[in-house]
Design a protein around this ligand. Sequence first.
Ligand code: NIG
Ligand code: FE
Length: 413
Amino acid sequence: MERMTDLVVSDAAQVATPTGSDGDNSNSGLEIIENGAVAIEDGVVVAVGPTADVTRAHPPENATESVDATGQTVLPGFVDPHTHAVFAGDRVDEFTAKLAGASYQDILAEGGGILRTVRSTRDASRDELVANLLENLDTMLAHGTTTVEVKSGYGLDVETELKLLEAIDEAADRHPIDVVPTFMGAHAVPKGADTEEYVDRVIEEQLPAVADAGLAEFCDVFCEAGVFSVPQSRRILAAGQELGLTPKIHAEEFERLGGSQLAADCGATSADHLLQATDEDIAALGEAGVTPVLLPGTAFSLGAAYADAAAFEAADVPVALATDFNPNCFSQSMESVVELACNGMRMTPAAAIRGATATAARAVDRTDGTGTIREGAPGDLAIATVTNYQHIPYNFGVSNVRTVIKNGTVVHR
Ligand code: NIG
Ligand code: FE
């Protein structure tokens, strides 16, 4: 007897998926299937194409579950490859202060910003952090995110960094979104500490404890003037690498310090922010196969100039997009990021959606087809109530995603 298909999505106005194979790092955009369908078995896409073809082999009436996507657009679930989504408290008063002229660095130098979130996070229980993160994951899912990277970094001591990574682990177990954990003990220098001494503590105390616990896949550093220098960042990333943690880096956000070249030298998976990156930096990232991650929500929240997406495009270096969700950039929505990428950074809708899916998957080393809809890829879909993918950034400021599918199961509608 023929087996039943687990899930069939049919009659979509469009199925839009990044083109190219696993190793393909080209920026070739999206493939559009008009009147399309997708069939999923055992959590994996088994067919994608015109509805007539897919439903001949996988009739929706015989499927365990079917979704009629008439008038809607099916995309791969969004991949959000850069967030600081686990913390306690918010900083809404700093938001207002920044609007009145205070700068991000001044607030941090005065013990606010990251250091303030460190205080509230140290005071929070693990259960509170799990609950906060689950709520954020729910919001992400409702906006179409099916894979997310989450960094620690509001602990800045062994105990709290472990508490954060444990909270990430527990929330991941309890939520349909795939969560990629990153250790970021080098997110800021604790108040009153000497930077070199703190770097020693990250390397000698935090990193071994994190690696022992097996709670992180990546190690990230805030390489920035007044935070961690290039040599300090290099030491931390090298120590992490020795313990099996893959490097990532916050680079060239406020000042061009050389984080891009460091990312290229140490074979980082991604270099993120890049507001001040030069053509030389972009070329170095491209040659080394480091995925640049642009965070337009951060520039938007800071009132800063956006990263130069056109310079990456001109150099033929595809960019990933992420929310950077954190108390300074308070949005969990990849839909908003796609909108800002187009309306703010002047990316095309196709390039922005590719950056939020297939290229974003590269930025977290997910090479199993995550971020695409093709045979063998995870059955992760975001279905939007628009007839054409370009309407997503065009109709900005609203939630276009209605139905979300994770590993072949409808997890939001
Ligand atoms: O990527 N730049 C450092 N880290 C975050 C901000 C975290 C915070 O302000 O709480 C970022 O923007
Ligand atoms: Fe960040």
